[in-house]
Structure formats: structure tokens, C-alpha cells
Write a protein that binds this ligand. Structure first.
Ligand code: CMP
Length: 244
């Protein structure tokens, strides 16, 4: 079975401790535990487009994103993709197979150049057992992922295109509010179409209608949400007509 393909760890300019101390998942650890985690965390730089791991691989380690974006997706035998999530700075991925010892549930691909910390499962599992607060954070993270997935299922089954697209933009905006760039979502229309399960052409048509109403601004490789209120109404209504 292929293993994680992250290449060699390279020297990392900022102090590992200062990065981990600010990381939302690890920031509440006590100083001794943070020191211990620093010894476990290996830094790696990943080039845009690099496959970090593939669905079915063994889950040997956990990843914490420091900068850049990682795409979590699956692909079908006929080459179609479904994007589950875009993981950004301050987020974690690869925790599922580390915690449940099953194979990787999806592919992870560097969507931009990325800096990550990699923590080996053999060190992480005893560490998380010794840190109940950290274990709670992982439970919260898994609950968040389950809610996100439930929302996606609900949208695919119950909502039409405007509702699905509005919900996806609002979820992404919500996630990116904390990141530099505010409401600018660094996502292509192709990626949005792979998130909501509609063609790129219909996504583009809908976004252009909303851009003409100043609800969104379309930029190269990015979408800026200018007015959340009508999008929120569409996301909640769900069954509006296609030209809303
Ligand atoms: P793992 O199964 O180890 O490898 C793939 C990773 O993608 C998984 O851990 C999670 O970190 C992440 N992942 C899988 N499914 C989803 C999902 N539906 N939403 C968000 N993240 C996911």
C-alpha cells in the first residue's frame, strides 16, 4: 500500500514552538506538553499539486496546516471529482485513519504551496491519551466535520442549485473569516462545482447573476462575498427557482 508522500522535512524559518502555540488545536496545551509536541512535529514544504496521500493508503501520520490550502477529495473511475473540504491554516487533516486505524478515507492534495507539520501516529496516540483536553478538541473537530458532511448531504438531496451554491459560499466564508483576506474565498469555479455537484457552466451562470446584483465579486481564482443576507435567505429557502 502506498505511504504518505510528503518528501523530506526541511529547515523551517519560524520557531516551531511559536507556530504550535498559536495553532487553534494545540494552543491550550501546557508548556511541557507543547515542548513534547515540538519534538514530535516534523515540518514539510509541499508544492502545489503534490499528492500528500491517497484514499486507501495506511494512515501513518496526522497533518497540521501552517500555511496554504489542502484539498480533500475523492475521484471516480471515470475521472470525476468530489471535493469534501478545503483545509486551511490552523486546521488538521488525516486524523481519522490515525484515530481509527482504518485506511485513508479520501485523497489529500496540496491546492497551493503549503507548509505543514507532520506528527507520526506512534507518537501522537500516546500523546493524545495523556492530554484529555486535546482529546476533547479532536472530538469537537470530528463533530464539526460530521455537521459539515450532514449539511452537504442535506443540500444535495433537498436543495436546488442557488440554495446549494449559496450554502457552500456561506460555509466557506465562515471558515475563511478568521484567515487573512476576510471574505475572499480562494476557490475556483471548477472547485465549487466539485463541492456542490453541479456543472461548472451552471455555477458560472448563477455566479454572474449574483455578481450583477453585487452579492458577490468574481476574481481570478477567487470569489468575494459582498452581501451575505440574500445568500443566507436562499440557503434557508432551499427550493427557490434557478434564476434567483
Ligand atoms: P483520513 O481518513 O486519515 O484521510 C483523509 C482525511 O480527509 C480524513 O482523515 C479527514 O482529515 C479528512 N476528511 C475526510 N472526510 C472528510 C469530510 N467529509 N469532511 C472534511 N474532512 C474530511
Amino acid at each position: 500500500m502506498p505511504q504518505d508522500r510528503t518528501g523530506d522535512a526541511r529547515p523551517f524559518p519560524s520557531s516551531k514552538l511559536s507556530v504550535l502555540r498559536k495553532h487553534p488545536i494545540f494552543c491550550d496545551l501546557d508548556p511541557d506538553a507543547l515542548d513534547q509536541l515540538c519534538r514530535y512535529a516534523k515540518h514539510a514544504s509541499l508544492k502545489r499539486g503534490a499528492t500528500i496521500f491517497s484514499r486507501g493508503d495506511a494512515g501513518t501520520c496526522l497533518f497540521a496546516v501552517i500555511s496554504g490550502t489542502v484539498k480533500i477529495s475523492i475521484s471516480s473511475a471515470d475521472g470525476r471529482n468530489a471535493i469534501f473540504n478545503l483545509i486551511g491554516p490552523g486546521e488538521i487533516f488525516g486524523e481519522m485513519s490515525v484515530l481509527d486505524s482504518q485506511a485513508r478515507s479520501a485523497d489529500a492534495i496540496a491546492n497551493t504551496n503549503c507548509e505543514v507539520f507532520i506528527i507520526d501516529r506512534r507518537e501522537f496516540l500516546p500523546f493524545v491519551r495523556s492530554q484529555p483536553e486535546l482529546a476533547m478538541k479532536f472530538i469537537e473537530l470530528l463533530c464539526t466535520r460530521l455537521r459539515w458532511t450532514s449539511d452537504q448531504v442535506e443540500q444535495i438531496i433537498l436543495q436546488n442549485l442557488p440554495g446549494r451554491l449559496a450554502s457552500a459560499l456561506l460555509r466557506l466564508t465562515d471558515k475563511h473569516k478568521l484567515a487573512p483576506g476576510g471574505r475572499t474565498i480562494a476557490v475556483t469555479q471548477q472547485e465549487i462545482s466539485e463541492m456542490v455537484g453541479m456543472t461548472r457552466e451552471s455555477i458560472n451562470k448563477q455566479l454572474r447573476v449574483w455578481a450583477a446584483r453585487n452579492w458577490v465579486r468574481l476574481e481570478h481564482g477567487a470569489i468575494v462575498v459582498l452581501n451575505e443576507v440574500p445568500l443566507q435567505a436562499l440557503a434557508e429557502a432551499g427550493a427557490a427557482t434557478e434564476d434567483d
